[in-house]
Design a protein around this ligand. Structure first.
Ligand code: GTP
Ligand code: MG
Length: 235
């Protein structure tokens, strides 16, 4: 089974891949693949996009800035994607933090689609709990998760990381309740967005982890398997 690890820059994707890999390895044939052409993996990678394309080389060759070069690198990596898709009980795919890759560009979604074609696949949308701790950001994060699921066709679950430093108390229902007390068009729009998110992500529950400390992983594995058992039908 494939686990696609997506999330904004610095949310803890690579740290999660490193520690969840070692957690899984106790009982399973678990592997990791680095799909971030700008960073060397901090874990043992069974396949590495940087064997085919390195963002720093593309920056020099094409005279591009870091973000443009990263997107170009992902487009170029599409030619090598077959060599980056491997088999295992659980294969973790670490991705770059440039969210536009999965929210609206072709390269990220195409790579996700190819991975999903190879085996059963679930997405984990890793977010920083501190960023998620205002109602506006919370709703925006859940909406981004819904867009990622929609565009990649991969059922994706939001995982709130860094629980060792932030105690996130918001939930979809508490956010809806807060918003219902606010006046104005924006509050109304966001309240409706919570409804939209809940109706597109039925089995939603709050999953809080610390990738750094290895906490909450039983819950992550259990929701991954639940989605698998229901054949990925989250809609
Ligand atoms: N306190 C705490 N820090 C964390 C946790 N997970 C990651 N970090 C820290 O957050 C920073 C970013 O972590 P990375 O794993 O590199 O994040 P990333 O999402 O892979 O970042 P990009 O690849 O640049 O998008 C590092 O300093 C990590 O040590 C966590 O659970 N708790
Ligand atoms: Mg990373």
């Amino acid at each position: 089974m494939n686990i696609l690890v997506i999330g904004p820059a610095g949310s803890g994707k690579s740290t999660f891949v490193k520690s969840f890999l070692s957690y899984l390895k106790d009982n399973y044939d678990a592997k990791a693949v680095n799909l971030d052409p700008a960073s060397d993996p901090i874990y043992e990678a069974h396949a590495d996009i940087r064997d085919f394309v390195k963002t720093e080389d593309i920056m020099k060759k094409l005279n591009l800035g870091i973000n443009g070069a990263l997107i170009k690198s992902m487009e170029m990596a599409l030619n090598h994607v077959d060599k980056l898709i491997i088999k295992g009980d659980y294969v973790l795919y670490d991705t770059p933090g440039q969210m536009e890759l999965f929210l609206y560009l072709k390269a990220g979604t195409e790579i996700a689609r190819r991975i999903a074609e190879s085996d059963w696949t679930v997405g984990l949308f890793i977010v920083d709990s501190e960023v998620a701790s205002t109602p506006e950001n919370f709703v925006s994060i859940l909406a981004q998760n819904a867009v990622i699921s929609l565009r990649t066709g991969v059922p994706t679950i939001t995982i709130f990381n860094k629980s060792d430093i932030v105690d996130l108390t918001l939930t979809p229902s508490s956010v809806r309740e807060m918003l219902s007390r606010e006046e104005g068009v924006l509050a109304e729009l966001m309240e409706r967005l919570v409804d939209f998110v809940e109706s597109t992500t039925v089995r939603y529950r709050m999953i809080k982890i610390s990738a750094l400390k290895g906490e909450g992983f039983d819950e992550v594995l259990s929701i991954v398997n639940e989605v698998f058992c229901s054949c990925g039908d989250l809609s």
